[in-house]
Write a protein that binds this ligand. Structure first.
Ligand SMILES: [Zn+2]
Ligand SMILES: [Zn+2]
Ligand SMILES: [Zn+2]
Length: 162
């Protein structure tokens, strides 16, 4: 669903029962042009596009779009929430501990939950949050003595079922 014209975005908003506003169109456009943007990134993109818009209006638009499932909100541990318009599948993310670059990775299984809990303790599990943390190719290529901003020691080796 990435990209799309303003007319397609308007139709998408209407299909989800939202009024079409310049703010919502601009926020959706910004999230679709730069997937995995933070609310702050989106604010700056929309501000450059529309001029006067408050941060609160951007947050409100993001909340409305996320509530309706038009955008997906990803909340990586220890960093700001990111937004993307690739919704409706069970893809996961690779995140660089050094530069925070985030990229999509298809789910190997495809359906939720894609991991079986060792012991589900009687819960009906409907989702497993899978995030792959590591070092991106650019950071591997760069001689670097910085510490990763999210050290491996605070993270379990195995994805956690929440
Ligand atoms: Zn990196
Ligand atoms: Zn993604
Ligand atoms: Zn998966």
């Amino acid at each position: 669903m990435s990209g799309g014209t303003s007319a397609e975005r308007s139709a998408l908003l209407r299909r989800h029962g939202l009024n079409v506003t310049a703010q919502r169109l601009a926020v959706l456009g910004a999230a679709s042009e730069a997937p995995h943007s933070t609310a702050d990134d989106i604010y700056h993109a929309v501000h450059a596009d529309l001029g006067a818009i408050s941060r609160q209006a951007v947050y409100d638009a993001l909340a409305a779009l996320t509530d309706r499932g038009i955008l997906r909100r990803i909340q990586p541990a220890g960093s700001s929430a990111r937004y993307e318009d690739r919704v409706g599948d069970n893809h996961h993310h690779l995140i660089c501990r050094w530069c925070h670059r985030m990229v999509d990775v298809d789910c190997a299984v495809g359906a939720t939950p894609c991991l079986t809990a060792a012991d589900a303790a009687g819960y009906e599990v409907d989702e497993a949050e899978v995030t792959y943390w590591g070092r991106c190719p650019e950071c591997q290529a760069r001689p670097d003595d910085r510490q990763p901003s999210r050290p491996a020691s605070v993270h379990t080796h195995h994805p956690t079922v929440i």
